[in-house]
Design a protein around this ligand. Structure first.
Ligand SMILES: *[C@@H]1O[C@H](CO)[C@@H](O)[C@H](O)[C@H]1NC(C)=O
Ligand SMILES: *[C@@H]1O[C@H](CO)[C@@H](O)[C@H](O)[C@H]1NC(C)=O
Ligand SMILES: *[C@@H]1O[C@H](CO)[C@@H](O)[C@H](O)[C@H]1NC(C)=O
Ligand SMILES: *[C@@H]1O[C@H](CO)[C@@H](O)[C@H](O)[C@H]1NC(C)=O
Ligand SMILES: *[C@@H]1O[C@H](CO)[C@@H](O)[C@H](O)[C@H]1NC(C)=O
Ligand SMILES: *[C@@H]1O[C@H](CO)[C@@H](O)[C@H](O)[C@H]1NC(C)=O
Ligand SMILES: *[C@@H]1O[C@H](CO)[C@@H](O)[C@H](O)[C@H]1NC(C)=O
Ligand SMILES: *[C@@H]1O[C@H](CO)[C@@H](O)[C@H](O)[C@H]1NC(C)=O
Length: 471
């Protein structure tokens, strides 16, 4: 027995040694190309504070890994590791980027690099995107340089050489100049995010060449000209955000062909109406955000056919005419903003009374709505402060208490002269003894909207703002 036990233990020891030997062999075989390793050290030392990074990570793909570096086994030679990802960001606590952080040409020594992402690193000394460097990073699929306030200069057109690029995110930097039309050659690009920069010029029509695009975000720049109709050819698009630019002209009818579009944000531009009827083709649309544009038309009836709409914002669009009844048939609608327009007529009671209504936010403030607001009390209570009907001169509410609250005071609209309960006809009650019809709590925010002249001057300001871009 004893000898059997000894034999068994001895076998384990031997086997263990063999495994250890095997591992050691694997490691010494699975090395990195020396040029590539030195290239990585150079790239890291151009970015981060820690001068000892190379010493602390002599085998970054195996023995001494670092969370921001990923490697893969070579396809042609499985005994060699290659660096495929370099990532610097707030999720990697230490070391931090150095004050003189820069993007090193040594990236060219990483010929297998698929993903480069650098977040919040270039914050003090100016860094630009070198056309020769980026044009040559041919293995890249994912490039994200985000939240770098001192990353400035232009977007190099050489990025178009990176044929396999699938994600290009240069958001929240300080990039200037035009969007290079050459980028239209990136037929594999799925996501393009250039938001929150200082880009100018027109959106190139060539963007219609990015046939794989699903996400397009060019918001918060200074882009001018029209929305290119060529976007209508990008059949895979799910999200278009062109908000907060200086775009003019009308919405291209071709956008109606984007049958997978979920989000369309054109807010805060100078885009004219009417909204083309072809957009009734956007059957997957959930978010329609068009606020702050001189649309100056009626609310288009086709919106009632877009059954997946969950959020509609058309605030401050110069909309006229009545609020159509169809909103209550949009069963997924949770947020509706129609404020700061010139909508008239009564508020359809159905807006607040649908049994399975999802509506959770309704802003009708600052229009020309009139008559008695006939929302059920449960609706008024459920929405609370997310219901805003203020600033409609001829809108009134029943004069009764609900849960010890005076609805008139609560909604900041006057009580009707007479309600159905006491035989009246729902006109606004006059207060000859007091110039202000608004009693009770009025927030200072609300007060600034009470004067119709101020509302008009605000609308006038918005449209004047547009003239600057059109001229
Ligand atoms: C940053 O790197 C680029 C490319 O390697 C180089 O051209 C540029 O001079 C560098 N800038 C600074 C401030 O070191
Ligand atoms: C944006 O770019 C324009 C020139 O196109 C320049 O005048 C302006 O100062 C830039 N703004 C910022 C915040 O850098
Ligand atoms: C709308 O959304 C539902 C799920 O919320 C989905 O099943 C449906 O395909 C979408 N599209 C249309 C046209 O209803
Ligand atoms: C707003 O509508 C009212 C009547 O509903 C009309 O008299 C007025 O001219 C309109 N204002 C604008 C700026 O369209
Ligand atoms: C409604 O819109 C006005 C004006 O844009 C805004 O001040 C107010 O906060 C909004 N109300 C709600 C409940 O969102
Ligand atoms: C509610 O407040 C209004 C003033 O906004 C007042 O005229 C009305 O009598 C009050 N109603 C009730 C039932 O107290
Ligand atoms: C509603 O009633 C008021 C006063 O009771 C009256 O002056 C007004 O003409 C009536 N309006 C209609 C449309 O009947
Ligand atoms: C009018 O209403 C305001 C606000 O409630 C109040 O401060 C003021 O004293 C009233 N004026 C008259 C003449 O009743």
């Amino acid at each position: 027995m004893a000898s059997a036990a000894f034999f068994f233990v001895g076998f384990l020891v031997l086997a263990g040694e063999a495994i250890a030997l095997q591992r050691k062999d694997d490691l010494s075989e699975m090395e990195m190309d020396e040029d590539e390793l030195l290239g990585l050290f150079e790239v890291m030392s151009s970015l981060i504070e820690d001068p000892g990074w190379a010493r602390a990570h002599p085998e970054p793909c195996t023995e001494t890994p670092w969370p921001g570096v990923e490697c893969e086994i070579g396809e042609d030679d499985p005994s060699i590791f290659h660096v495929t990802k370099v990532h610097i960001g707030p999720d990697i606590i230490t070391p931090t980027c150095k004050i003189s952080a820069n993007i090193s040409d040594a990236l060219l020594k990483l010929p297998y690099l698929k993903a480069l992402s650098i977040f919040n690193c270039f914050v003090s000394s100016p860094v630009t995107l070198s056309p020769t460097l980026f044009g040559a990073l041919s293995s890249l699929e994912h490039l994200a340089l985000v939240s770098n306030p001192t990353l400035s200069g232009e977007i190099p057109s050489s990025l178009a050489e990176i044929a396999g690029l699938r994600v290009l995110s240069l958001s929240q930097n300080n990039l200037q100049g035009n969007i290079p039309k050459e980028l239209g050659r990136l037929v594999n690009l799925e996501q393009l995010d250039l938001s929150y920069n200082n880009l100018s010029g027109e959106i190139p029509d060539e963007i219609g060449g990015m046939i794989s695009l699903t996400v397009l975000d060019l918001s918060w720049n200074g882009l001018q000209g029209q929305v290119p109709p060529s976007l209508g050819t990008l059949q895979l698009l799910q999200k278009i955000d062109l908000g907060s630019n200086k775009l003019v002209g009308s919405i291209p009818p071709a956008l109606g062909k984007l049958s997978r579009l979920v989000l369309l944000d054109l807010s805060q531009n100078c885009i004219n109406g009417p909204i083309p009827e072809t957009l009734s083709g956007l059957q997957q649309l959930q978010y329609l955000i068009v606020d702050h544009n001189p649309i100056n038309s009626r609310i288009p009836l086709f919106l009632g056919t877009l059954q997946n709409l969950t959020s509609i914002s058309v605030s401050e669009c110069g909309l006229t005419g009545p609020i159509p009844n169809f909103f209550s048939s949009l069963n997924s609608l949770t947020a509706l903003s129609l404020d700061n327009n010139n909508l008239s007529g009564t508020v359809p009671p159905s807006l607040g009374s649908l049994p399975n209504s999802m509506l959770d936010q309704l802003n009708l403030s600052h229009n020309q709505l009139s008559g008695e607001l006939q929302f059920p009390e449960e609706f008024i209570e459920r929405l609370g402060e997310r219901l805003d009907v203020r600033g409609n001169d001829k809108l009134c509410t029943s004069n009764k208490l609900y849960l010890n609250k005076n609805i008139s005071i609560y909604l900041e609209i006057p009580p009707c002269l007479g309600t159905k309960e006491n035989g009246g006809n729902g006109t606004v009650q006059e207060h000859p003894d007091n110039s202000s019809r608004y009693h009770g709590k009025i927030s200072s925010n609300a007060a600034q909207w009470l004067n119709p002249l101020e509302v008009l001057s605000f609308i006038y300001y918005n449209f004047a703002f547009c003239w600057i871009f059109i001229l």
